[in-house]
Write a protein that binds this ligand. Structure first.
Ligand SMILES: [Zn+2]
Length: 360
């Protein structure tokens, strides 16, 4: 197995990877990734498509071309990650061009892997780019981002670094960012590359940066189709399908819901549950929405697993959610992996419902 080959090649480091936890899972190849999982439950067509699209998207945005495939070792939790600092949810090892991670940090670590050959700047910029493009909405933080300059990778304020880095990319373009990434990323490097001091750039940032940047990459599932009232559909749990995610906690089928009118909507599914995640497809959010961020019903998408974040609607119940005009990702999930299909229904909330709608 590729895993053994990798272990053999690192010789003296063997003791930290003897947990054996990666040996049971299957292996997958995509155009840019070699993936080995530490769990036996299969990844599905949607997982692999989503990972590959993410890599292609980042390459395109940053003008990168991957010379070699990245080896990805994927866990379903981070309590036992070999090679990474204790408590880390993932890490990238340059020497092996390998990512060791649980789901939630996969995108972040993939960006480290993709940008590694450019250079190794100050952690502020290195963590900034990895967090800026990893698929989350980026929220302005009322701190001076550059206060993190010179800090360790673990101590950098990643949210602030990500928001600032995204602003740098949007304001000055990719080519200067590439030069910055190839430099040491210190203040004098910055001034030389951008023609403005870091302090002045930060002052301009405070004046002009939007409160929230929507995610740069979203996996888009097929649409949930309109019905006479609202939307409904039947999904099939087929792991080979590109709309299906298969992960340790269940198998899920993705659907995209486009809401054109804000209001209360009732959700119902015959599956074990459906998670609902807002995608912020309408661009930059208002300051009011950003300030209310802590209270959002719909956290930003950060999940490569159906149970990551979002609102979970349990099967068999009618649950009312307040939706803004936006796009939402639905993952209809079967936990036991024994169901073949399930129905999902979304309709405008018209008041108390006496009769549970039939599965379509
Ligand atoms: Zn990082």
């Amino acid at each position: 197995m590729r895993w053994y080959a990798n272990i053999a090649s690192v010789g003296g480091l063997l003791p930290i990877v003897t947990c054996g936890c990666a040996l049971d899972g299957p292996r997958y190849s995509t155009e840019h990734l070699e993936i080995q999982t530490a769990f036996v439950e299969p990844l599905c067509g949607g997982d692999l498509q989503r990972m590959e699209l993410f890599v292609e998207n980042v390459q395109e945005m940053l003008g990168l071309t991957l010379a070699d495939r990245i080896d990805v070792f994927l866990w379903d939790d981070f309590s036992d990650l070999p090679n990474c600092p204790r408590g880390a949810t993932g890490c990238y090892k340059r020497g092996r061009h390998s990512v060791y991670t649980e789901f939630s940090s996969l995108n972040h670590e993939l960006i480290h892997a993709m940008t590694a050959e450019l250079g190794r700047p100050d952690h502020f910029f290195n963590e900034g780019i990895a967090s800026a493009l990893s698929g989350n909405a980026l929220i302005f933080k009322a701190v001076e981002p550059t206060a993190s300059l010179g800090k360790s990778a673990l101590d950098v304020d990643r949210g602030a670094a990500a928001h600032f880095t995204r602003w740098l990319l949007d304001t000055f373009g990719t080519s200067r960012w590439r030069m910055l990434q190839a430099s040491r990323g210190r203040e004098d490097d910055f001034a030389k590359i951008y023609g403005v001091t870091l302090a002045d750039a930060q002052a301009e940032y405070f004046q002009t940066a939007p409160w929230v940047y929507p995610p740069l990459f979203q996996w888009e599932a097929p649409p949930l189709l309109p019905a006479s009232l609202g939307w409904r559909g039947e999904v099939i749990f087929d792991c080979a399908s590109e709309d299906t995610l298969g992960q340790p906690l269940g198998i899920g089928v993705g659907r995209t819901l486009r809401v054109t009118e804000a209001g209360d909507y009732d959700f119902w599914t015959s599956a074990d549950l459906v998670t609902v995640v807002r995608q912020f497809d309408n661009g930059v959010l208002s300051m009011a929405e950003a300030e209310a961020g802590a209270d959002w019903d719909f956290p930003v998408p950060n999940q490569l697993r159906p149970f990551g974040r979002g609102v979970a609607v349990p099967g068999g119940a009618i649950v009312t959610l307040s939706l803004e005009e936006d796009q939402y990702q639905l993952i209809i999930t079967d936990i036991d992996r024994d169901a073949e299909r399930a129905g999902v229904v979304v309709f405008p909330h018209l008041g108390p419902v006496d009769v549970i709608p039939e599965s379509p």
